[in-house]
Design a binder for this molecule. Structure first.
Ligand SMILES: C[S@@+](CC[C@H](N)C(=O)[O-])C[C@H]1O[C@@H](n2cnc3c(N)ncnc32)[C@H](O)[C@@H]1O
Length: 221
């Protein structure tokens, strides 16, 4: 994922406005490729129904569909959802295998169940109840299914860390802190992975850095 710099000084009021504005340019803002850690972790799982929270431009959903999953991506940005759907069509994916819907997850109640719920870099400078969303999504995981949360464990050096820090719900959590916040019933959930992984990344102006990603994989028993 490429994290382009943006101006937090002009953050619009609403979450949807913020993210539509963020996606407003001509071209994609992310790489379009699957997040490498998601591909690595999910490759070990039996394909089934998957849900991607904050699916952005669809790279993860498209990869899931290409690897046997029937995947749905939800995102608050109409622009991102349109771009994701076009990318899936351009990749020749069966529309039944990669579906995208506009949804503000702050007010969402799942009405389906999933073998995998994933969230990659589900962060936002505009506050939203992230942990509540993840907990609601966890409730939609079937027994034997998984919840995978991949997150920034530290801000990229090119991001506006202070602006992020000003938003209480946007603080970054280690995988162990994430697991503690989620507070899933230990009689129902087993931790499979809770670790920080490093990866090489390129910033918006070509800067090279090693980034820390938090990886939390929980299995519902
Ligand atoms: C940092 S981007 C990550 C996008 C994608 N998962 C990826 O890894 O490239 C965060 C995404 O979450 C979405 N988002 C943030 N808050 C949301 C909410 N409350 N409901 C739905 N989508 C949300 C944004 O529109 C954005 O696409």
């Amino acid at each position: 994922m490429t994290d382009h710099a943006h101006d937090h000084g002009s953050v619009p009021q609403s979450l949807a406005e913020f993210w539509d504005d963020r996606y407003a340019g001509d071209g994609p803002i992310w790489s379009g490729r699957v997040n490498a850690t998601l591909a690595d972790v999910v490759t070990g799982l039996q394909p089934g129904r998957a849900l991607d929270l904050g699916s952005g431009e669809g790279g993860d959903v498209i990869w899931l569909a290409q690897h046997g999953w029937r995947a749905t991506g939800l995102d608050v940005s109409t622009v991102a959802v349109g771009r994701a759907a076009r990318a899936a069509a351009d990749a020749g994916i069966d529309p039944e295998s990669a579906r995208f819907h506009v949804q503000d997850l702050s007010t969402w109640h799942p009405d389906e169940t999933y073998d995998l719920v994933c969230a990659s870099f589900f962060h936002s400078p505009v506050d939203f109840p992230r942990t509540d969303v993840l907990r609601a999504a966890a409730a939609a995981v079937v027994p034997g299914g998984h919840l995978l949360v991949i997150s920034h464990a530290a801000f990229p050096p090119w991001s506006d860390a202070q602006a992020h820090a000003d938003h209480a719900d946007h603080r970054l959590l280690s995988p162990d802190e994430e697991r503690a916040e989620l507070d899933l019933d230990p009689s129902e959930w087993t931790t499979v992975i809770a670790e920080t992984r490093q990866r090489d990344a390129t910033g918006p102006d070509g800067q090279q850095a090693v980034l820390d990603d938090g990886v939390l994989l929980m299995r519902r028993t």
